[in-house]
Design a protein around this ligand. Structure first.
Ligand code: BTN
Length: 339
């Protein structure tokens, strides 16, 4: 995707027909160049209708980001952000990390129409397609060092759950920082820290939210996934979602900076997808333990009741426990391994 392809996408994003000659005139290129740019939109998974005498139109309108609309929806918090919208980046977190290193102020936001190498937690890839997700990173600076900011990613989860609820999407939170809805993943948070152990520090808060997952994008995701379009009624304006989410993040982060995660703990637990449920906990060593998720502590750790009693877990992955056969149960016919 080059600059021209994005300019063409912007022209077609309304979902109406545009003639090849009007597009060529508007973008000051030849009709042949428009044809090639249409091919590059198709190559990244967008379906374009071509109708003789009418021109080109996207099969589905694409919601592109509009800075003014984002800031309008951020309301009274808008002044706190320095928003940069990029067509294409490798990863908004990676880009913001280098801006932070170079002294970018807190409140800097990088939002991307498309990420080429979006990153998830635990070294995973974050897949998204153009218009199909909201992908952005927010820089927030703290006086303290990273060690004093335990629970930051959970607080960010609370901000997401509040703002998405206001937009008509009741989401749940999965420890440590997944957004889930109807048991499937709607989004995730990747926080990366910079700075001195004793402070000051900078958090790069990267957020990905599925907006409309095309079948090809869904096929790349290795777990059940859901998008906002299936949860909310009506078309989703990505700029509106971003504005609301940023405003809520600013409110939550401001309070977090002085009071920590404690004031958000009960709200987090109220949205906890696994509260009081049997879970499988995968520890960073790869060891799997079964037990009950009892909630979260003030430092954002998971309160886990396992075979050895109740303890706090600081890192790991949680999934709903798959029921095990009771001890002594006879395997079903056909379920036994052949000798
Ligand atoms: C996860 O669930 O594993 C976290 C996903 C975080 C993805 C977002 S998309 C915007 C930002 N830039 C990245 O490269 N990753 C985060």
């Amino acid at each position: 995707m080059n600059g021209l392809s994005f300019a063409l996408l912007r022209a077609l994003s309304d979902g109406d027909f545009h003639s090849g000659s009007a597009l060529a005139r508007g973008l000051e290129v030849t009709r042949g160049t428009i044809w090639n740019a249409v091919r590059s939109l198709e190559q990244i998974g967008l379906d374009v209708y071509r109708v003789r005498g009418r021109g080109y139109r996207l099969c589905e309108p694409v919601s592109l980001l509009d800075r003014d609309v984002v800031l309008r929806h951020a309301g009274e918090q808008a002044g706190r952000f320095r928003l940069e919208i990029s067509d294409l980046v490798d990863s908004t977190n990676t880009r913001l990390m280098s801006l932070a290193q170079a002294g970018a102020p807190g409140g800097t936001v990088i939002a991307a129409e498309l990420q080429q190498s979006g990153r998830g937690r635990m070294g995973r890839t974050w897949h998204s397609a153009i218009g199909g997700a909201l992908t952005f990173s927010l820089l927030w600076r703290f006086r303290e060092g990273a060690g004093a900011l335990a629970g930051l990613s959970l607080a960010a989860g609370v901000a997401l759950s509040r703002s998405l609820a206001k937009l008509g999407a009741p989401v749940q939170l999965k420890w440590p920082n997944d957004l889930v809805c109807r048991g499937a993943k709607l989004g995730g948070i990747l926080i990366e820290m910079q700075g001195d152990a004793l402070g000051p520090s900078a958090a790069i808060i990267g957020i990905g939210i599925n907006i409309r997952l095309a079948p090809a994008a869904r096929a790349k995701i290795d777990q059940p996934a859901i998008d906002l379009a299936s949860v909310c009624s009506g078309p989703i304006d990505r700029s509106r979602v971003l504005g609301h989410v940023l405003a809520e993040l600013a409110r939550v982060l401001e309070r977090f900076a002085t009071e920590g995660f404690g004031p958000f703990k009960s709200e987090w637990a109220a949205s906890h997808a696994h509260q009081g449920r049997e879970i499988a906990l995968v520890l960073p060593t790869g060891r799997v333990e079964h037990g009950i998720a009892r909630g979260v502590a003030d430092d954002g750790s998971l309160i886990f009741e396992g075979a050895g009693g109740i303890r706090r877990v600081h890192s790991g992955e949680v999934s709903v426990r798959t029921p095990r056969a009771p001890a002594g149960a006879v395997p079903r016919a056909g379920a036994q391994r052949r000798a």
